[in-house]
Ligand binder design. Sequence first.
Ligand code: KE4
Length: 429
Amino acid sequence: MDRNEALFQRAQAVIPGGVNSPVRAFKAVGGTPRFISRAQGAYMWDAEGRRYIDYIGSWGPMILGHGHPAVQEAVRKAAADGFSFGAPTEREIELAEAIIAQVPSVQQVRLVSSGTEAGMSALRLARGATGRDKIIKFEGCYHGHADALLVKAGSGLATFGHPTSAGVPPDVVKHTLVLTYNDLPQLEEAFAAQGSDIACVMIEPVAGNMNFVRAQVPFMKRLRELCTQHGALLVFDEVMTGFRVALGGAQSVYARLIDGFAPDISVFGKVIGGGMPLAAFGGSRDVMSQLAPLGPVYQAGTLSGNPVATACGLATLKEVAKPGFYDALSARTRSLVSGLEQVAKTAGVPLVGDSEGGMFGFFFASELPQNYGVVMATDQKRFNRFFHAMLNQGIYLAPALYEAGFVSAAHSVQDIEQTLAAAATALRD
Ligand code: KE4
């Protein structure tokens, strides 16, 4: 028996589903998950010693590639000085300053340990700052697993959401309205009907949890206007896009396209921790002053701003802030996506893709989907066959058609060429 299979069996005896996060179990694509023993640069090795070109990068954090020497050195030194103090440290200030330096809409940040914690806290802050209960999110956007965000659309616009998970009381999600991504008439209708009750709209500006779907510029422009007009806060969930699609995150992309654009609260994770448990949320000094110990909105965390995690995140942000980093990363990622489209065209298979910075997606479809329903109507069987045909050739893609992919600064031209050659073989299936 393959060691991955043996480990998966052993894991399932002591860990629910054998994994500590559901998407790792390969349920969407079938087959046995690979148990990773080590990673370096653009590569990971599984328990059988097989090497994979890694297009997940821990779902976004590993933008430099695995084991970057400067990051490893920073973590080694920080660990030698102590793992956790439960007291403030200078490096938390440095990391906050590094984030604020790149994101003009953020004047203050609070560090936490996961994207879920950051999203949950941002939601509570928005409700506390506005004194309102209702929130809007979009189908297909994932903001972590806080109860109020595990919700699917109600039967009609006027009705609020229903839980998507057992254990979430309907009462908890009754204030959550779920709309269709990029659906401007529906957004207008929701605000016209309930705008004065909406605390915030939470959105993934480039939705990486329905593969790769951009919020269209007119939609985003109007969303900003409606939030401002009705006194609702616009919460940008940049856990995946922050420091991944651009140094200033997705909001810097929209600020170039929409005059004066900025969200009110931003949520970060993944890249800012460089692979260690660290996330953050931030906004204007005025909004952030609502947080304890200054204000009435409580939020806390034993390991928030952990000294080893902040060292990892800070070393990562120092590397990505170097001139030309995102130009090179964007070009490499674009070469992958355009190469996949070309290979599919040659094979006569409909495939379309998109990318921004080091984040990409592709669909077995002829047009880029604009919302979750269209994403989930794309060819799932073809995706799953393609996923395994690539995995068997040493190319590790996201094990679900609704997940985005990630390229790191360590992915070489040769890695992209090897991937495209494998895709040509896989598409002959
Ligand atoms: P975490 O709690 O997993 O650190 O972050 C939650 C989160 C919040 N917001 C966005 C936009 C996210 O993408 C995520 C987490 N992303 C998933 C990948 N789709 C993490 C992978 C997993 O769940 O294991």
